[in-house]
Write a protein that binds this ligand. Structure first.
Ligand code: FAD
Length: 482
C-alpha cells in the first residue's frame, strides 16, 4: 500500500472510545501505525444482532468515533460482513502483523474470539484481546472456594474492597493512526437502518451517542443528580439517574473512568449517593460476570426448576403490554416511554417486567426480546439479568412471591402522577388519588376527566388479586412438576 511501516489493526467492538482503552493503548505502544476499523457483523447470531434502537445508537456512535479519529488525522474504516473474513481480508490488503481488540463477554463473541485467534494464528498474525469494558475481569473474581459468586452482596463486597485507584490511559495522539487505510463503506451504506417501530428521527435531541455525549451525561449527573441519587433514582418523573447505560454498553466511556471521576469530581456530602451509584455499576459487573460463567442464561433460567414453569404464551396480552394498553397506568406509561425514547426508567422496568411475567404469566424471554429490540442500552448481560431478577429465576433474584402491585408501586414512586400524566395523557385530568387505578373512580367523575374506560383508555387487562393468586399457583405447580 504505502511506504509506511507495517501496520497493526485495531478492531473496535463494544469499546467505541479512544480514552482509557487498554487494547488500543497497547496497539499504539507497539509503535506500528494503527488502522482503526469497525465491522458490522452480519454473520453474528441473527437473534442477537443489534435491535432497532441499538442500530440507531451504533450509527451515531460510529459517526462520533470517526470524527474523533479524524481529529487525530486517522480514518475509521467501517465494513460489514463476517468479522473473521473481513479481518483476514484487511490483513491481506495491508500486511498488518497483529490485530488488537477488547474482550467481549457474550457467548457468541467469546466463540468468535477463539475462532479468530486460531485463524489469525494460521496466518502468523497475533490477536491481542484485552479487557476494557469492566472494572473487574470476569474469571478473576472468585469466592474463597475458587468459584464464581452467585449472590450480589458478597460479590460487590469483595470487589468494592479492591476497587483500583485507576491511572486512566491516554487517548492516542496525532500520528498514532495510519495515514492511509483501505477503503471502507460509505456511512450511507452502513446496514444500520432503524425501522418505523420507534420515532428515532427525534432522538438526536434526546441522546448524544459517542464519547463526548458520555462525558456530558456524566457531568450533568455529577452536578445535577448525584446529590440525592439514593432516593431520587427510584422516581421516574425525576431525571435522578445518570442515563449512562447506552454509553457504557457501547464502551464510549470506561467504567473505571466513571468511578475515577466520581472519586475526584463529586460534590461534597454525597458519599452515600456515590456508594449507591458505585453499587449500581457493581450490578453491571455482576451481570457480566454471571453471563461469563453461565453463558446459557441469555435465554435459559439460571434456576433450573423454572424450566418447568407453566407460562402462558398469550400473544394478545403480550401485544397489549408492548403497546402500553394494559389498563394499568404505570405499566402503560413505562411501555410508552420505552417505545418513544428507547429508554425506560429502572423502577418502571421492574414494574413492567413483573407485570408481564407475574400478572400475565408471559415468559420473561418474550419481554427480554422486546426490550432488546427497543432499548438504546440493550445489553445481553444486563437485560437477561434484569429480567431473570424480576421473574425470580435469576442467580440472586427477587423471590417469586414478591409480586409488585402496580397500583401501589405507582402511588409510591409517582405520587403526584407526573410520569403517568406525561406518558398517558388521556388520563391527565384524573385526580391524583385515582390516577393509578382509574377503574375505582365513579363513571361520572371519570367522564368529568374525559375518560371512558374501554374507549379512551382500556379496562385493566387482569384483576390484580386474581392475577396474583394465579401467579402463586403457577409458581407452586412449577415446584411440584415432575
Ligand atoms: P444509573 O442509575 O445512573 O446507574 C449507572 C449505571 O449502572 C447504569 O448506566 C448501568 O450501566 C448500571 N446499572 C444501573 N442499574 C443497574 C441494574 N439494575 N443492573 C445492571 N446494571 C445497572 N441495563 C442495561 O444497561 N441494559 C439493559 O438491557 C437492561 N435491561 C434491563 C431489563 C430489566 C427488566 C431491568 C429490571 C433492568 C434492566 N437494566 C438494563 C438495568 C437498569 O434498568 C439500567 O441499567 C438503568 O435503568 C440505566 O439507567 P441509568 O444509566 O440512568 O442508571
Amino acid at each position: 500500500m504505502s511506504e509506511e511501516p507495517t501496520p497493526v489493526i485495531y478492531w473496535f467492538r463494544q469499546d467505541l472510545r479512544l480514552d482509557d482503552l487498554p487494547a488500543l493503548h497497547a496497539a499504539v505502544e507497539s509503535g506500528a501505525p494503527v488502522i482503526p476499523c469497525f465491522i458490522i457483523d452480519e454473520d453474528a447470531p441473527q437473534k442477537w444482532a443489534p435491535g432497532n434502537a441499538s442500530r440507531w445508537w451504533l450509527r451515531g456512535s460510529l459517526g462520533a468515533l470517526a470524527k474523533a479519529i479524524e481529529k487525530r488525522q486517522g480514518t475509521l474504516l467501517v465494513r460489514s460482513g463476517c468479522s473473521e473474513d473481513v479481518l483476514s481480508e484487511l490483513i491481506e490488503e495491508t500486511g498488518a502483523y497483529a490485530v488488537y481488540c477488547s474482550q467481549a463477554y457474550e457467548p457468541w463473541n467469546r466463540e468468535l474470539e477463539e475462532r479468530l485467534g486460531a485463524r489469525l494464528g494460521r496466518l502468523g498474525v497475533a490477536l491481542h484481546c484485552l479487557p476494557g469494558s469492566l472494572i473487574f475481569t470476569p474469571g478473576d473474581v472468585l469466592n474463597r472456594a475458587g468459584l464464581p459468586f452467585k449472590v450480589f452482596t458478597p460479590f460487590w463486597r469483595h470487589c468494592r474492597s479492591q476497587l483500583p485507584e485507576s491511572r486512566l490511559l491516554p487517548a492516542p495522539g496525532v500520528g498514532a493512526f495510519a495515514a492511509q487505510v483501505p477503503t471502507g463503506q460509505d456511512p450511507e451504506a452502513w446496514p444500520l437502518a432503524s425501522s418505523s417501530l420507534q420515532p428515532v428521527e427525534d432522538w438526536g435531541e434526546r441522546w448524544t451517542p459517542g464519547a463526548d455525549g458520555a462525558l456530558s451525561a456524566l457531568d450533568r449527573f455529577l452536578n445535577e443528580a448525584l446529590s440525592g441519587y439514593r432516593e431520587d433514582r427510584d422516581i421516574p418523573a425525576v431525571a435522578g439517574t445518570s442515563r449512562l447505560s447506552p454509553h457504557l454498553h457501547w464502551g464510549e466511556i470506561s467504567p473505571r473512568h466513571v468511578a475515577q471521576v466520581l472519586r475526584t469530581d463529586a460534590p461534597g456530602d454525597t458519599e452515600d449517593d456515590q456508594e449507591k451509584f458505585l453499587a449500581e455499576l457493581g450490578w453491571r459487573e455482576f451481570n457480566q460476570h454471571l453471563l461469563f460463567h453461565f453463558p446459557h442464561i441469555d435465554e435459559q433460567p439460571f434456576k433450573d426448576d423454572f424450566k418447568s414453569m407453566p407460562w402462558r404464551p398469550d400473544a394478545d396480552a403480550f401485544e397489549a403490554w408492548k403497546a402500553g394498553l394494559t389498563g394499568y397506568p404505570i405499566v402503560d406509561a413505562g411501555m410508552r416511554e420505552l417505545r418513544a425514547t428507547g429508554f425506560m426508567h429502572n423502577r418502571v422496568r421492574m414494574i413492567c417486567a413483573s407485570f408481564l411475567t407475574k400478572h400475565l404469566l408471559v415468559p420473561w424471554q418474550w419481554g427480554a426480546r422486546w426490550f432488546w429490540e427497543t432499548l438504546v442500552d440493550a445489553d445481553l448481560a444486563n437485560n437477561s439479568g434484569g429480567w431473570q431478577w424480576v421473574a425470580g429465576c435469576g442467580a440472586d433474584a427477587s423471590p417469586w412471591f414478591r409480586i409488585f402491585n402496580p397500583v401501589l408501586q405507582g402511588k409510591k414512586f409517582d405520587p403526584e402522577g407526573a410520569y403517568v400524566r406525561h406518558w398517558v395523557p388521556e388520563l391527565a385530568a384524573l385526580p391524583d388519588r385515582s390516577l393509578h387505578a382509574p377503574w375505582e373512580l365513579a363513571p361520572l367523575l371519570l367522564a368529568e376527566a374525559d375518560v371512558v374506560l374501554g374507549e379512551t383508555y382500556p379496562h385493566p387487562l387482569v384483576d390484580h388479586a386474581t392475577a396474583r393468586a394465579q401467579a402463586l399457583e403457577a409458581y407452586h405447580d412449577r415446584s411440584s412438576a415432575p
